[in-house]
Design a protein around this ligand. Structure first.
Ligand SMILES: [Zn+2]
Length: 331
């Protein structure tokens, strides 16, 4: 069926949903983060992204060693786990808690704030729901994740503001989204319309409150279809050793981001053998490779993580690079 003739009607309904129904029903009851996140005294804010640890209760010690060494070398201000943090190797709720506790240690033992989103494998054990797991993550001292906006089966749609080194004003914003699991419309899920409305509402509220656009970065697990477009049409930096396992349908998050203008980079996991970044509409789309030794990878590619460095003087520019096991003396 050709939906094109109905596009104006669909757009109008979607506009009305976001601007009327969603606004009336949405309540932001997110707590303040346990730790005020701020640019450091040298006006920098560094993030490490660990993608797809994807392991059970007996976490591969090589994964933890790599995480430890990367954190010692980089000393980030925030760590983000972009989903498939654990997997179906957990057979009981105790296993789930053990798997999460294992992966918490590199950050907890170094007093580094860390935040998570869910991927398609995180609740495949069926022993704990995503909400139960998020509540467990949040019990760790340095975990700054939030349940955030809940819609259908999506848990952990939230944002964290990064404040200035010497002021309370937010200078940068980090969005986290639950990109779902599997879809009957293809293999992988898509970010839903209510989640896009949530994003637009947060961005608009911030703009109203602070009277300017606060530059942002966004993390989730499953790449948008625009990753493939960016790879095909844009400059690419890094490796593409597998094709993009994107969302099965395009629900318009990227267009909403372009129209809103705050998000400068979208970073995902999911495709373990991709480390590339590519640009589309002045937005950087990128992967973080894979940090988990217990899961698949391309033998040509070392395990690793992605580093982001943002400077308070110019927070719209996100400097990013990969770090690999060889850079920290591991295989
Ligand atoms: Zn995945």
């Amino acid at each position: 069926m050709n939906l094109k003739p109905f596009k104006p009607i669909i757009d109008l309904l979607s506009f009305a949903y976001c601007n009327i129904l969603f606004k009336i029903t949405y309540r932001n009851n997110s707590p303040l983060p346990k730790y005020p996140l701020k640019f450091d005294t040298s006006r920098n804010f560094k993030i490490v992204q660990f993608a797809d640890i994807q392991d059970g209760p007996n976490t591969d010690p090589r994964t933890l060693e790599l995480m430890n060494r990367i954190l010692d070398k980089e000393k980030p201000n925030l760590v983000v786990l972009t989903g498939d943090n654990i997997d179906g190797k957990c057979k009981t709720a105790e296993d789930v808690k053990k798997a999460i506790t294992n992966i918490s240690k590199p950050m907890e033992s170094r007093n580094i704030p860390w935040a998570v989103v869910f991927g398609n494998h995180d609740d495949e054990h069926f022993m704990m729901s995503k909400e139960q797991m998020m509540n467990f993550y949040m019990t760790f001292n340095y975990n700054v994740s939030q349940i955030g906006f809940k819609t259908e089966n999506r848990v952990g749609n939230y944002n964290l503001l990064i404040h200035g080194s010497s002021s309370q004003a937010p200078k940068f914003n980090v969005y986290f989204i639950d990109s779902g699991k599997y879809s009957i419309l293809g293999v992988y899920d898509y970010i839903t319309k209510p989640q896009i409305c949530w994003y637009k509402t947060i961005a608009n509220n911030l703009k109203k409150q602070y009277k300017k656009t606060i530059p942002a970065i966004m993390f989730f697990h499953i790449p948008l279809q625009e990753f493939y477009t960016a790879y095909k049409t844009g400059y690419i930096d890094g490796l593409r050793l597998e094709s993009e396992s994107t969302s099965s349908i395009n629900t318009g998050l990227f267009d909403a981001i372009v129209n809103t203008g705050d998000v400068k980079g979208i970073f995902v996991g999911h495709d373990h053998s991709n480390t590339y970044t590519a640009a589309l509409n002045n937005i950087t789309l990128g992967y973080a490779g894979n940090v988990g030794y217990a899961t698949y990878g391309n033998p040509k590619l070392q395990k690793g993580a992605r580093i982001f460095e943002i400077n308070e003087a110019n927070p719209s520019t996100i400097n990013t690079r990969m770090i690999f096991s060889g850079d920290v003396g591991l295989n």
